[in-house]
Ligand binder design. Structure first.
Ligand code: AMP
Ligand code: MG
Length: 493
């Protein structure tokens, strides 16, 4: 199929657009158009995100929509731009980065920014080609929607389109574009950029924009002597703590927690070499490029705090007092463990709190780690057991049955206070049956590389309702095959 709309270069999607981020002014971005890709095709589409945008579903089934979301046709009412940011990568100051392959189309009247990722060179592309490959685009698309369905704050993805245009990575691959959606794609790195360049006016304008748009309560804070910027830092810090608690509880490794990949709204952003844990190994490193394990699963909460410290440093000219800045970070240390415990209690089906809960949680995590028990399967089987299944299915996951029986005994005693049906219900709504394991993504990707996109849509449907049983799809909820552990996913995307 060829590009049908090369003569109609403007498509009106029927959305109303507002200035949004572009109102900040030219210091913050460069206006430019996406670069077209030849003969695009649909790879994945989310009707749910279309609804969220108020976009008629038909645009995900039309040649005009295909052109618009590949960057081949302009969208009426938008003024596309690439924004500038900086950041710390792997703990080292990296200087200026920016949207090197993402282009913000605009913000809808409903308050959602729409961005194309992989849409060509920008002034911030540095050594890159401005493109994204099909494989990583499918992973980002599916994982965005999987995270959302798990109740975890995240950027969303409307669709992926592909093209046979070649893109060179370790080998030759093909190009794709993901249409991403979020209230804002502003990162810690945006603040770091203006702070590092001593551009205090822009720094203040950015912070004011973020406060007015997303955190208006900071304006009237009584904390920190009414310092709105300290309140901003504290709020972002608490959002980030809550996000990390969710990642840890579901077994999600981000893989590249650089400060430019940290959302100012506490959203999961920039899906690269991420992984949902198979066996529970707290030291698991999902990013093949991360040789030192800086972003290992069990390092994530501390790395987030380190990143918040960078944000604090960037906001210091506005906060004006180092002690206040440090104080604004303090609550991370209490919010993270409290949120994590709350999440784990829900996984255990507990609706009230007890002193002994921490020991119960630590106990089960220690057992899981000792035997690298499959994390998702364990929780789902435990839920099944509380719902009335024979305990053998969960006990069979352990070699050291006696140790597990001991723990199960304390668990049973602890939950005697909660009606069984209530616990079971909570557990089955908290412990997903389906997560985007690497090998599941890989199968869908390999089929898509052969132009069979049914794997992508099947997986999307499962991940959109990950707590449902989906009879007939148990193979998507089983143990990973042996080859899964040989999948190497790096920063290359
Ligand atoms: P990431 O590791 O994907 O978060 O990207 C870090 C920085 O590199 C960001 O500024 C990206 O925009 C940029 N980047 C990554 N891949 C490419 C690419 N293929 N072309 C241009 N810029 C890229
Ligand atoms: Mg990034």
């Amino acid at each position: 199929m060829s590009l049908l709309v090369d003569e109609a270069d403007v498509v009106d999607l029927g959305l109303r657009w507002t200035p949004g981020f572009s109102a900040l002014g030219p210091e913050f971005f460069t206006e430019l158009h996406p670069s077209p890709l030849p003969d695009p095709y649909w790879v994945g589409r989310s009707a749910a995100v279309a609804r969220e945008l108020g976009l008629a579903d038909s645009w995900l089934h039309s040649a005009e929509g295909l052109a618009a979301f590949t960057g081949n046709a302009a969208i009426a009412g938008t003024r596309p731009l690439a924004s500038v940011y900086s950041g710390h990568q792997f703990g080292v100051w990296a200087g200026q980065l920016g949207d090197g392959r993402a282009i913000l189309l605009g913000e809808t009247a409903g308050g959602l920014e729409v961005q194309l990722k992989g849409s060509g060179l920008t002034p911030y592309s540095r050594m890159g080609d401005g493109r994204a490959v099909l494989r990583s685009s499918i992973r980002e698309f599916l994982c965005s929607e999987a995270m959302h369905a798990l109740g975890i704050p995240t950027t969303r993805a409307l669709c992926v389109t592909g093209s046979d245009a070649r893109v060179r990575r370790e080998e030759l691959e093909t190009a794709a574009v993901v249409t991403r959606v979020a209230p804002t794609f502003i990162r810690f790195g945006h603040f770091e950029h203006f702070a590092a360049n001593q551009r205090d006016d822009e720094l203040r304008a950015l912070a004011d924009y973020v406060i007015d748009r997303y955190y208006p309560a900071c304006r009237t804070t009584e904390r920190f002597n009414g310092n709105a910027y300290a309140a901003l830092l504290e709020t972002v810090s608490e959002r980030t703590a809550a996000l990390l608690a969710q990642w840890q509880s579901v077994g999600f490794c981000h893989g590249v927690m650089n400060t430019d990949n940290m959302s100012i709204l506490g959203l999961t952003i920039d899906f690269g070499p991420f992984q949902f844990l198979d066996g529970f190994d707290p030291r698991h490193i999902c990013n093949h490029s991360d040789t030192a394990g800086r972003y290992a699963y069990n390092q994530q909460p501390n790395v987030a705090y380190w990143n918040l410290f960078c944000l604090a440093q960037a906001l210091l000219p506005l906060i004006g007092d180092q002690e206040i800045a440090v104080a604004a970070l303090e609550s991370y240390k209490t919010v993270f463990p409290a949120e994590f415990e709350a999440r784990m209690r829900a996984k255990l089906g507990l609706v009230d709190t007890a002193e002994s809960d921490r020991a119960l949680i630590e106990g089960v995590l220690k057992l899981l780690a000792q035997e690298k028990v499959d994390y998702t399967i364990f929780w789902r089987r435990l839920s099944g057991h509380v719902a009335g299944d024979n305990p053998d299915s969960v006990r069979d996951l352990f070699v050291d049955r006696a140790a597990f029986d001991n723990w199960l005994q304390s668990f049973s005693e602890r939950r005697a206070r909660t009606p069984e049906a209530q616990s079971a219900d909570l557990m089955l709504k908290t412990n997903p049956k389906f997560v985007l394991r690497n090998h599941l993504g890989q199968r869908a990707i390999e089929a898509a590389q052969q132009k069979d996109f049914t794997g992508v849509s099947t997986l999307l449907a499962l991940l959109e309702t990950p707590f449902a049983e989906h009879p007939g799809h148990d193979d998507f909820a089983g143990f990973p095959p042996d080859w899964a552990s040989t999948i190497e996913i790096s920063c290359s995307s």
